[in-house]
Design a protein around this ligand. Structure first.
Ligand SMILES: [Zn+2]
Length: 473
């Protein structure tokens, strides 16, 4: 048996309160939290950590990662070990990655294959999956039922990327998919950009295809339209819907309208759409900042920040999808062919705390909710993850809210070797990360063990609990 761990004198931050208490860990779980737990009651080999001056937070959850993604003939720079390392350095102890629908195997088999790949690939942090669904067929209903009982209760759909076969084009099929998902209490998550507008814009485009054109080729209107289209199905079917990486004011406005109409729309945004803008697309290294949806204007940043402060955004996650500069620039600077995506897991928590420390109306309780408790609830991992309650996994972050550090080549953990935040000074830093009671990162030293990450099954999403009981059967 492992010895116990006592973290003393830190300020424990939950979503509703903050308390100066000790926290006692046994066998990877939280055993007790209380003021001044007397050492005389504990076995002599108990490990004691002084967290004076530090915040004690539940391990963060990055609910949107693409580690080890094989796409368009290449693989991301950060595979499972490298991605895990970025995560842990940023206090993330659980990620929710994606399994593709290969249209050959059943959805459950696709998920199982991905889990095996992640385990064999040496995942260090715990993980769960969103299962992609790119086609609807005779067996889809049965496959979703199977998937849910296997422990995956979120699926991912696309409203774009017809060219690579991700789009469910037929509206009737799409509605069927919504009905099947509701029946099995599976949360639908969606990448919203209207395919037709994007294809049409590209067809009639007279300008260049330099990175600076990317936001114009994938306009925010496309995001808004796709949100409207799927939101209406959700409204009609009386079921929740989760929109990934909302990037624009236009997209947000559509979400607000749908919520007014009674739709249960949950939204995620990423630090990129909050804290970076399209000015990064200018110049030689512009291609390094290409992602989809594209970076937008400072006005969009402001609208999203306001939504964050007001509690209108449910989750912040990164969409971590890292390629080296060599990979990004391989296709020249034609933005249609650049691999989309940037690294992000490492900086997420510090970017949010920086925002809070520099005048943003966001407190640490809100941050804990956005990157830990809320994703845990929406993706059925709560209270095993997302909380420091008795019995929760001892995924613990000791966070120094005042430490300032600069993002430089030396601090970057991503194998991509770059960060779009390079050169920025951030306020707030992860000092220690514990995964199920074991120290995996401490004072800039990475202590992760390859292969220690476990697959975590999802229970029913809290999104389904918001529905009227009359709608459930
Ligand atoms: Zn993504």
């Amino acid at each position: 048996m492992e010895s116990m761990l006592l973290i003393r004198n830190g300020l424990i931050v939950d979503t509703e309160w903050s308390r100066r208490e000790d926290i006692l860990v046994k066998d990877g779980k939280i055993l007790r939290t209380a003021k001044n737990i007397p050492l005389s009651l504990l076995p002599p080999d108990t490990e004691i950590v002084n967290a004076d001056g530090l915040l004690v937070l539940p391990g963060f959850i990055d609910a949107h990662t693409h580690y080890g993604l094989v796409s368009r003939g290449t693989v991301t720079a950060d595979s499972f070990k490298e991605g895990s390392r970025c995560a842990i350095t940023g206090g993330i102890t659980t990620v929710i990655d994606f399994a593709d629908d290969d249209k050959v195997h059943s959805l459950k088999e696709c998920a199982e294959n991905r889990i095996k790949e992640m385990k064999d690939g040496g995942m260090v942090v715990d993980f769960s999956l969103h299962q992609g669904v790119y086609h609807v067929g005779k067996t889809t209903e049965k496959e979703l039922k199977e998937l849910a009982s296997f422990g995956i209760r979120t699926i991912k759909i696309f409203t774009t990327y017809r060219n690579v076969g991700y789009l469910v084009e037929n509206k009737e099929e799409l509605v069927k998919l919504f009905k099947f998902a509701k029946k099995n209490k599976i949360l639908i998550t969606a990448h919203c950009e209207d395919n037709e507008i994007i294809e049409e814009t590209e067809r009639s485009w007279q300008g260049s295809f330099k990175p600076t054109s990317h936001p114009l080729l994938r306009p925010s209107k496309a995001e808004a339209l796709a949100i409207r289209a799927l939101g209406e199905i959700a409204l009609q079917e009386k079921m929740p819907l989760y929109i990934v990486h909302v990037s624009s004011e236009a997209g947000l406005e559509e979400v607000y309208d749908l919520r007014e109409e009674g739709a249960k729309i949950f939204i995620e945004t990423t630090p990129t759409y909050l804290f970076a803008d399209k000015s990064l697309l200018v110049g030689k290294s512009g291609a390094l900042a290409i992602m989809t949806p594209p970076l937008r204007s400072k006005k969009d940043n402001a609208a999203l920040s306001e939504a964050l402060e007001d509690g209108d955004i449910n989750v912040v996650a990164t969409d971590h999808c890292a390629f080296t500069a060599e990979q990004k620039l391989k296709t020249g600077d034609d933005c249609r062919h650049t691999y989309p995506g940037v690294p992000g897991s490492q900086e997420m928590s510090s970017l949010l705390s920086t925002y809070a420390a520099t005048g943003g109306l966001l407190n640490m309780q809100q941050i804990v909710n956005l990157i830990s408790t809320s994703p845990a609830k929406l993706f059925g991992l709560y209270p095993k993850k997302g909380a420091l309650h008795i019995g929760s996994d001892a995924d613990i972050v000791l966070f120094d809210p005042e430490a300032s550090w600069k993002v430089t080549k030396n601090t970057i953990q991503s194998a991509s070797g770059y960060s779009i935040y390079e050169g920025r000074t951030l306020i707030g830093k992860v000092k220690m990360t514990y995964l199920r009671g074991r120290l995996v990162y401490g004072e800039d030293v990475y202590l992760g063990r390859n292969g220690s990450g476990e697959f975590v099954k999802q229970n029913v999403s809290a999104a389904y609990k918001y529905l009227d009981s009359s709608d459930e059967n």
